[in-house]
Design a protein around this ligand. Structure first.
Ligand SMILES: Nc1ncnc2c1ncn2[C@@H]1O[C@H](COP(=O)(O)OP(=O)(O)OP(=O)(O)O)[C@@H](O)[C@H]1O
Ligand SMILES: [Mg+2]
Length: 637
């Protein structure tokens, strides 16, 4: 890490730089940054494309609701125009010469029209709200499901690519932006229609009023955009603080690090980190807050002066008999309506642009994910295994100079138990993943009963293979479900689950849990329980046994098991020998003595091959390790 390379031996390192070095710019900042960096023209140029994207998503989610929102919004705008015109008619009636009752009577028809228009507008507003509320969850569901459909199908290798993982995270943020984008688009449409409505009404009343309107609203619109810009910058600066806080929150207030935090006495150290982060960021926040206040004040002042100027202009026109009193009064109302509509438009433009950038991360990711989809797969149905040929397979992980598996060839016959042994990092897990079809080798081939596995239906092939992983996941489900997941396509059967648990020495331990097989294995749930490392391992082994395929790969299945559980597990494995095929990966060599063939891996290559006896006579790596382990047990006798 760059921050630690500066450390001078013997000198204390700068703890802030070491622990919380400059944070990488992350996915959810990019939209904000783009908005902060973009000029106002760039924003306007992007708007039509973004609005179009939002419309498409909304249309796909639900056509009826999209149409309702669109039509109701435009109609509401039209109603505003007529509303302003009706207002003017009311004012004309009221301002005509004559006795008051007569003037009121003259204004009555227009008042009635105004009331009807207002009622229709309110109805349209409710319709829009109703349609929009229903649209939001539909849009959410659609984009999220599409994302999950992709993330669960892409090749395993894609998770090793940094860029891909970053993009996936960004896409998730983009998902959340979609409804925001749709809403901003609808609101922008409403705001724009509102502005146009006022403009139309004003032109009909008196064209000169339009000049007054522009004069009064443009400066405040500019001020609003500018203030929005600064506010986003403030938010942007705050994001760093929030991320650091999130990091510290994770370290100080979450379960996993809690033990080490206490055992190493890290409390004061982490609280000090917190103070540093907060103090530094608060200064930035205050500085930005000042700038925002100044800008908004200038904006408000300019807007105020412009509005005053409009009123003065209206007064002059009025005194000069250029416009009637009713038009001037309508003008005052129009200016206020226009200012409100324009303020909303500028805000929505800001929002649309920022959310639109996130949404684009989502669509970019979906496009990019295409290249990570599994290669066009075969359709042949794999028959029960009789011979598995692995021919010169090589696989290198991204950014690694040496391959994790290099030029490995071996043949496994049905019914055999074979073992992969070797030092940490020698490539055993990687080789197992290649054999299971989970990773595609860079070169070499694998043949299942002489058919290259690319020609086989991958789902059908996976159904014939069980992999009990070294790095298993602790699924937050009940004990029963955790085991039943081994054969998720078959409805769970309690007897089957218990048999599998018995084979993995998990049955008694599960019965001892507060709710037996129904116990939730995650503390997040009410009455959820946590298991010890070895107990978890028994559950995962049980899942593998329940799957009960002819071909089983067990990667370090006993690393955390006690002696009795280990013996039980290997007895089950041994019972398969002769009828079913097993690949066993373990460091405890006593457990592989019975294997038909033991493959010794060293730095990605096959270093030795043979039975236990043959390998001992070879006096190579295997013999060395075996004697070392044996010594550990015989020394004290
Ligand atoms: N996803 C990955 N990305 C990059 N390198 C990896 C990845 N997984 C494993 N490696 C590297 O590949 C090499 C082989 O790893 P592998 O997990 O196959 O070893 P192993 O023999 O199973 O080791 P162990 O006995 O510790 O389980 C190691 O050098 C490891 O650091
Ligand atoms: Mg491994």
């Amino acid at each position: 890490m760059a921050a630690t390379t500066d450390a001078v031996p013997g000198q204390p390192v700068d703890s802030e730089a070491t622990v919380l070095p400059e944070l990488r710019s992350v996915w959810w900042e990019s939209g904000l940054r783009a908005r902060a960096d973009a000029g106002i023209l760039t924003v306007f140029a992007e708007l039509p494309r973004l609005a179009d994207a939002a419309f498409r998503v909304s249309w796909q989610a639900n056509r009826t609701r999209t149409v309702i929102v669109g039509v109701a919004t435009v109609l509401a705008g039209v109603m505003s125009t007529f509303g302003l015109l009706a207002t003017q008619r009311v004012l004309i009636g009221l301002f005509t010469a004559g006795p008051t009752p007569g003037r009121v009577r003259a204004a009555l028809p227009a008042l009635f029209v105004l009331a009807v228009l207002t009622a229709i507008r309110a109805g349209l507003g409710s319709a829009t709200g109703f349609a929009e509320n229903g649209l939001t969850p539909l849009v959410d569901q659609q984009v999220q499901r599409r994302l999950f459909e992709t993330t669960t199908v892409v090749r395993l290798e894609s998770f090793d690519q940094d860029a891909f993982a970053d993009e996936m995270e960004r896409a998730w943020r983009g998902c959340e932006s979609t409804t925001q984008l749709v809403q901003a688009t609808m609101n922008l449409l409403a705001g724009t229609v509102g502005v146009l409505a006022v403009t139309a009404a004003v032109v009909v009343i008196h064209p000169l009023l339009l000049a007054a309107l522009v004069l009064a609203t443009v400066p405040s619109a500019w001020a609003a955009l500018r203030a929005g810009h600064l506010q986003y910058q403030t938010y942007l600066a705050g994001t760093v603080r929030r991320r650091r806080l999130w990091l510290l929150n994770h370290l100080m207030a979450v379960r996993q690090p809690a033990t080490e935090l206490r055992s190493y006495g890290l409390r004061g150290f982490l609280l000090d980190q917190y103070d540093r982060v907060m103090n530094a960021e608060t200064v930035i926040q205050l500085r930005l807050a000042r700038r925002v206040t100044i800008t908004t004040s200038i904006g408000a002042a300019v807007g105020g002066i412009a509005t005053t100027a409009v009123y003065v202009l209206l007064g002059i026109l009025l005194l000069d008999d250029q416009i009637p009193l009713s038009a001037a009064a309508t003008g005052v109302i129009a200016v206020q309506v226009a200012q409100r509509a324009l303020a909303s438009v500028t805000y929505q433009i800001d929002r649309l642009y920022t959310e639109g950038r996130h949404f684009r991360d989502y669509t970019d990711f979906m496009d990019r994910a295409e290249q990570y989809l599994p290669a066009a797969s075969g359709s042949k149905d794999p028959q029960a295994l009789h011979t598995l040929n692995i021919d010169r397979v090589t696989l290198a992980y991204p950014d690694r100079d040496t391959p994790a598996v290099a030029d490995v060839s071996l043949t496994i016959q049905a019914g055999q138990t074979v073992a992969f042994v070797g030092e940490n990092g020698s490539g055993k897990t990687t080789l197992a993943a290649i054999i299971a079809g989970l990773r595609t080798p860079d070169s070499g081939s694998i043949r299942w009963n002489q058919t290259p596995i690319e020609e086989l239906d991958p789902d059908a092939l996976r159904r014939r293979i069980t992999v009990v992983s070294q790095k298993f996941y602790e699924w937050p489900f009940s004990a029963a479900t955790n085991i039943a997941m081994g054969d998720i396509d078959t409805p769970p059967d309690q007897d089957r689950i218990e048999n599998a648990a018995l084979e993995a020495a998990a049955h008694d331990m599960i019965l001892d849990l507060p709710y037996g097989y129904a116990t939730m294995l995650d503390r997040t749930f009410a009455q959820g329980q946590d298991l010890s490392g070895g107990q978890w391992q028994r559950i995962t082994a049980a899942r593998g046994f329940l799957r009960n395929t002819d071909f089983l790969i067990m990667d370090e299945p006993s690393a955390a098991l006690d002696a009795r559980a280990e013996a039980a597990l290997f007895n089950t494995v041994k019972a398969r020998q002769g009828s079913k095929t097993t690949i066993l990966i373990t460091h405890r060599l006593a457990n592989v003595r019975h294997a038909d063939t033991i493959y010794v891996m060293h730095q990605g290559r096959l270093a030795e091959t043979g039975t236990h006896r043959q390998l001992l006579t070879q006096q190579g790596l295997y013999a060395d390790w075996y004697h070392l382990q044996k010594l550990g047990y015989t020394d004290d006798e």
